[in-house]
Unconditional design. Structure first.
Length: 462
């Protein structure tokens, strides 16, 4: 568990007596991109806040590889479901610790008799760091990015709702925040809410329980823009879907903007009412796909630059190649490299250093994407024998899958062209190069092959 791993790291930095007195007194709950640390009383809370929180946050981010990861410190013995207000993130306080933490945020988060303003109660905050300016465009997200900019830049509701879907860690949330931030830039007074579907459901349950349903309805139905993430979470929650349906209609009728994100195409969302799925498709539905190597490298370079680091070409291609399944993992790898550089006071990054810093992650990746596995998966998919991958036959039914397997090996492993050639029946490196070029060309011109390639890519990387 994350907290246990954090403690193990802290044990190397903090005396045992302090660990036992202050840190082991905390109860930890990991929930969505955050670690909740629950202190039994204000003394423990203040001690942890003043002396250990920055280190905890540092380790939590390194361990999760997520530099957005938050550590939330509160008094209590369990995370309330739902909390009456958003717990106070301590990220900023970590950067600027005050000598005595204000008591207010902690008691406020746990005291339902002191309701916060409505906007605080029913919302997740927009993240000002997720903007269009730091969203790197590539083939895989071009349409989603263009549509999001259009929605953020214009008050008209041509694309309403905008529905963004795609796999884990590919940038859906980033685009939603970017839209919200852009709307607020243009219309500073606009009422824009970003919320996880789960939060919407929990807040609604809480509103029902506290006889605040009218306030809840009024709040959502009077927004200028509503952004709901992880819409798949509504599945099977009939009462919430009903309420959302009415909110949705009210906003649409009022020409207010609705932006939704999900892991699936609307039609494929199980457990969601048909009338909602139909409405999701009324505006524009855009997909974010897994980024190709060039986009991964561009994202990596941008993130490194933002962190004040210049990555040599071989290093950025190396990391981009090895962390291919999603951008969160890619970011995590970069964070780890940066953290190792800081720890070792290194300013120039080299391949050796990166390989060493990412040793554990690379080892687990190697198990997943080996050339042997690529050959096996591709052969199974096209219903040919694995030995056909090495054979001399030029028959199209085996030659094409072989070329695809070679192209995937080039894309997903760090083997050189001659090494790939060797693995595929001792072929010359020029044959591999030709295969990669041919597959790239076909992916552009033949949608069926493009789809097959993507399915194989996903199978091998998820
Ligand atoms: N094109 C991009 N350019 C820069 N950063 C990106 C890009 N795409 C994603 N990221 C970053 O990758 C991380 C994961 O992205 P995000 O949280 O938006 O993914 P998601 O699709 O919403 O995933 P999930 O379904 O798990 O919520 C974030 O830190 C985000 O800023």
């Amino acid at each position: 568990m994350l907290w246990q791993q954090c403690l193990q790291q802290l044990e190397q930095e903090v005396p045992d007596s302090e660990i036992n007195t202050w840190l082991r007194a905390l109860h930890a709950v990991e929930k969505r991109q955050a670690l909740y640390l629950l202190a039994p009383n204000t003394i423990v809370l203040q001690q942890v806040h003043e002396h250990y929180l920055p280190r905890i946050l540092f380790h939590a981010r390194i361990l999760t590889g997520d530099n957005e990861f938050d550590v939330l410190l509160q008094i209590g013995s369990s995370v309330p479901a739902p909390p009456p207000v958003s717990p106070q993130p301590l990220t900023n306080q970590h950067q600027h610790p005050s000598p005595t933490p204000p008591a207010q945020p902690y008691s406020k988060a746990w005291n339902p008799t002191q309701p916060a303003p409505v906007s605080e109660r029913f919302a997740n905050a927009l993240n000002p760091r997720m903007t269009f300016a730091n969203f790197v465009e590539g083939k895989s997200n071009q349409l989603a990015c263009a549509a999001s900019q259009q929605v953020g830049d214009h008050a008209d509701t041509t694309y309403n709702p905008l529905f963004i879907y795609g796999g884990v860690g590919l940038g859906k949330t980033h685009l939603m925040h970017a839209i919200g931030n852009r709307i607020l830039e243009r219309e500073p007074g606009a009422r824009v809410i970003y919320v996880y579907a789960e939060r919407f459901v929990n807040d609604m349950i809480s509103a029902i329980r506290n006889s605040r349903m009218e306030e809840f309805k009024q709040h959502y139905r009077s927004l200028d823009a509503l952004l709901i993430d992880d819409i798949q979470f509504f599945a099977g929650k009939d009462r919430s879907m009903e309420e959302f349906f009415h909110t949705f209609n009210a906003l649409l009728e009022g020409q207010k903007r609705i932006i939704l994100a999900s892991d699936k195409f609307p039609r494929d969302l199980d457990g969601i009412e048909d009338r909602l799925k139909t409405r999701f498709n009324w505006g524009l539905t855009v997909q974010i796909e897994s980024p190709d190597l060039e986009t991964r490298v561009a994202i990596l370079r941008k993130k490194a630059e933002d962190a004040g680091l210049r990555l040599p070409n071989d290093v950025s291609f190396f990391i981009g190649k090895r962390f291919h399944s999603n951008i969160r993992d890619l970011e995590g790898a970069l964070q780890r490299v940066i953290a190792s550089m800081r720890l070792k006071c290194i300013t120039q990054v080299t391949m050796d250093f990166v390989q060493n810093a990412l040793r554990d992650q690379l080892a687990s990746q190697d198990k997943m994407v080996s050339m042997a596995n690529i050959k096996k998966v591709v052969a199974q998919y096209y219903n040919i024998r694995i030995t056909d991958m090495d054979a001399k036959s030029r028959n199209r039914s085996v030659a094409r899958p072989r070329q695809i397997a070679m192209a995937l090996s080039k894309e997903l492993t760090n083997h050189s062209l001659p090494e790939i050639g060797d693995e595929f029946g001792g072929r010359d490196h020029t044959t591999v190069l030709h295969a990669c070029r041919k597959v790239a060309e076909l992916r552009e011109s033949d949608p069926k092959l493009e789809e097959e390639f993507r399915i194989l890519f996903r199978t091998l990387t998820s």
